[in-house]
Design a protein around this ligand. Structure first.
Ligand SMILES: [Zn+2]
Length: 443
């Protein structure tokens, strides 16, 4: 899930816009857009298929194997931009489970294939490799009964373990789907990575073959069906700086920042679609008797609607420019320049799909067949990219219960029914990929 980390990676706005433009251009190339979902109908559930039932039984019986995978993969650190060691191990495990053509792409994503009969759609089934934790973090996992504690244990070592256990169970039960299932460990899902792994997937040739996208992220039994978009910037006002008494009359970067924040705090946003803004960090100044040479703020804006997010962004851009102009105008005789620099921290597109969308219905019905009601909601996950491109996509929880995601005391409790998470995922991916050998009565 989206990081609230304070670690920043200033990325040029032009670069991000270019990526967004490429992503948008890709929209028309999708072979299976959202609009086509209704026409295609909701695929028939595989819940009654004997082989799928056997796979589900394996997931329950071998739950300890799943938990061992979760703990052991989590003890390999995977900080933002440094996922390579965990990726190499994940690749090895996918190979060990018999997946085909297992490789690491140029961005660092691990991709393994489970071929279908060739008659069905391609389902991309993923979890993210990265964590929010810096390299020096102690990643030891402590286990006490069903409770595991360690950085990233739920977000997203749980998702990685769900992928591995589903691959293993489908193989042991001999499930042959019509569609191909791509098992993918993505890089860069958390804040600093700005979805770089999934952006790469949807800007490389593989995108044209992806009919459905499922990511497993964190714990619980919820379904994310809408993508909360975000625009995040660091705005810095800069001048030469000087003595507070001796240089009085000079434009003041901290005063300009104050003007900007005052304007930001008055921005109006709709309650529905939920649209939010916050200045999360301010910095600047060196001493009480100095005119600072710079002052900055980190701004976070989010919305479930791309249009509202862009409208808010436009008002924000005007506010920070007006603040600059007003501070310059306040000191007309100032010989010192006052400038503004905008760094883009991250841009994530928003998007939504109706609850009636077949991919959503498949997930809700699969949960129901396990006796679970899955709550639906909006979040910021790897699914943001496919949803914004019109590719059917959901992010599901991995079962169990999570606490303290993104904190050093993060924990995952498998409880009495944690195995339902992998079972749910297995039902969703097999239903989407399709089973043509199902007896006619089940079609
Ligand atoms: Zn996550």
């Amino acid at each position: 899930m989206l990081s609230t980390t304070t670690e920043l990676r200033a990325v040029g706005a032009a670069t991000i816009r270019a990526i967004a433009a490429v992503a948008l251009l890709g929209m028309s190339a999708q072979v299976f857009p959202l609009q086509a979902q209704a026409a295609a109908g909701v695929p028939k559930s595989t819940a009654d298929d004997p082989k799928v039932k056997a796979a589900l039984a394996t997931l329950k019986a071998d739950n300890a194997w799943t938990l061992d995978q979760q703990a052991s993969i989590c003890e390999i650190a995977a900080p933002p931009f440094k996922e390579a060691a965990r990726a190499a191990e994940f690749k090895k495990r996918l190979e060990g489970l018999g997946l085909k053509n297992v490789r690491i792409d140029s961005e660092g994503n691990v991709i393994g294939e489970r071929p279908g009969t060739g008659k069905g759609p391609t389902v991309l089934f993923s979890a993210h490799l990265d964590t929010v934790f810096p390299e020096e973090t102690d990643v030891t996992v402590k286990r006490e009964g069903t409770l595991m504690t360690g950085p990233g244990i739920g977000d997203d070592c749980r998702g990685l373990a769900v992928l591995l256990s589903v691959a293993r169970a489908l193989n042991s039960a001999g499930v042959q789907t019509d569609g191909r299932i791509l098992f993918v460990g993505t890089v860069g899902e958390e804040g600093p990575g700005n979805l770089r792994g999934v952006r790469h997937l949807f800007s490389s040739p593989i995108k044209d073959s992806i009919d459905y996208f499922i990511s497993v992220d964190g714990a619980g039994m919820g379904t994310t069906i809408a993508a909360v978009g975000s625009h995040r910037y660091r705005v810095t006002y800069k001048g030469p700086g000087g003595h507070s008494f001796g240089s009085f009359g000079m434009s003041n970067p901290i005063h300009a920042l104050g003007r900007a924040i005052a304007k930001v705090s008055e921005l109006q946003v709709p309650a529905d679609p939920k649209t939010t803004f916050s200045v999360g960090i301010i910095a600047g100044g060196t001493s009480v008797n100095s005119i600072a040479f710079e002052a900055s703020m980190d701004m976070d804006m989010r919305s479930e609607s791309e249009a509202e997010l862009q409208a808010l962004d436009n008002r924000f851009q005007k506010a920070i420019r007006d603040a600059l102009a007003e501070e310059r105008a306040r000191w007309p005789n100032s010989k010192a320049a006052l400038d503004m620099v905008i760094d883009t921290i991250g841009i994530r597109p928003a998007g939504s799909q109706p609850i009636s969308a077949p991919i959503v219905q498949v997930a809700l019905q699969a949960a129901k067949s396990l006796g679970v009601t899955s709550p639906t909601g909006a979040s910021s996950t790897d699914s943001n990219i496919p949803i914004s491109l019109g590719v059917p996509a959901i992010t599901i929880d991995g079962g169990g219960q999570g606490r303290g995601a993104h904190s050093a005391s993060e924990s995952y409790d498998d409880g009495p029914t944690g195995w339902q998470g992998p079972q749910w995922a297995a039902l969703i991916v097999t239903t989407l990929a399709g089973l043509s050998y199902l007896p006619a009565t089940l079609q």
